[in-house]
Design a protein around this ligand. Sequence first.
Ligand SMILES: Nc1nc(=O)c2c([nH]1)NC[C@@H]1CN(c3ccc(C(=O)N[C@@H](CCC(=O)O)C(=O)O)cc3)CN21
Ligand SMILES: O=c1ccn([C@H]2C[C@H](O)[C@@H](COP(=O)(O)O)O2)c(=O)[nH]1
Length: 283
Amino acid sequence: MKQYLDLCQRIIDEGQWVENKRTGKSCLTLINADLEYDVAANQFPLITTRKSFYKAAIAELLGYIRGYDNAADFRALGTKTWDANANLNQAWLENPARQGEDHMGRVYGVQGRAWQGSDGTVVDQLAKLVNNLKNGIDDRGEILSFYNPGEFHLGCLRPCMHTHTFSLLGDTLYLTSYQRSCDVPLGLNFNQIQVFTLLALVAQICGLKPGKAYHKIVNAHIYEDQLQLMRDVQLKRDPFPSPKLHINPEIKSLQDLETWVTMDDFSVEGYQHHDPIQYPFSV
Ligand SMILES: Nc1nc(=O)c2c([nH]1)NC[C@@H]1CN(c3ccc(C(=O)N[C@@H](CCC(=O)O)C(=O)O)cc3)CN21
Ligand SMILES: O=c1ccn([C@H]2C[C@H](O)[C@@H](COP(=O)(O)O)O2)c(=O)[nH]1
């Protein structure tokens, strides 16, 4: 929690104002942040200085794991986070690749589970790496990448957290996740949970011990209409200790994640938090 608050304070102290064309808003911006999560010790990086809707963040992650391309599927899992980008973004609404209400196009999980090669082959990056790790193999390329510049025009948003690299040392699994653009008040609240949970889940289905997860952020920003709430409300609060994440131990394979897992298979123990804060969202 301290590293999150330090990053917010650093943006306020050292950030520079940058105009963002896509959203029409200015962002107080800092380049480079390195966050670290101790998954082995189950120190779940849940924000405590406001109420965090962690199940929505895990639902989003599960939707990526399943390769969803539709905001309705995300809603069915328990999150509305893709509604705005699928249905309110003018550039996407005018894009001929959009196949109607809720369609997101070839984003995130679609690339992760069904990357299309130039010769027509379809690559399932997640299945490949789970298969290798389960068998104790780390070929130094156990990478799940959502970043496909050749298909940006076929999706509603370029992926923000775009690459996840898994590494095996003995029977301990590590994760390094890269994020190009980070809405610190809203997005990071979710992304921290997702990096942690992705390592915990992949370790569990591969029969490995989770180690640490490393989260590398390039452009970390606070939108102009979020700044006052962050500076004068959230940063004035004292954090509580980290809670613990419980994952149903019956989840044993990628197929389990693809088929029967719901948000009821995740719970948090010892979550003490301050009141919710509603930050404005920029489409
Ligand atoms: N500007 C922007 N920021 C983001 O963080 C973001 C995007 N766009 N577009 C794609 C996804 C969608 N994500 C989102 C979208 C909404 C919330 C949000 O509204 N969170 C609220 C409550 C959510 C709930 O009630 O379930 C929050 O207070 O955290 C969070 C992440 C993260 N990403
Ligand atoms: O997982 C996510 C997804 C999105 N974001 C934020 C970061 C930016 O504020 C916007 C995306 O805008 P771009 O113009 O494509 O950079 O969404 C996030 O923080 N986390």
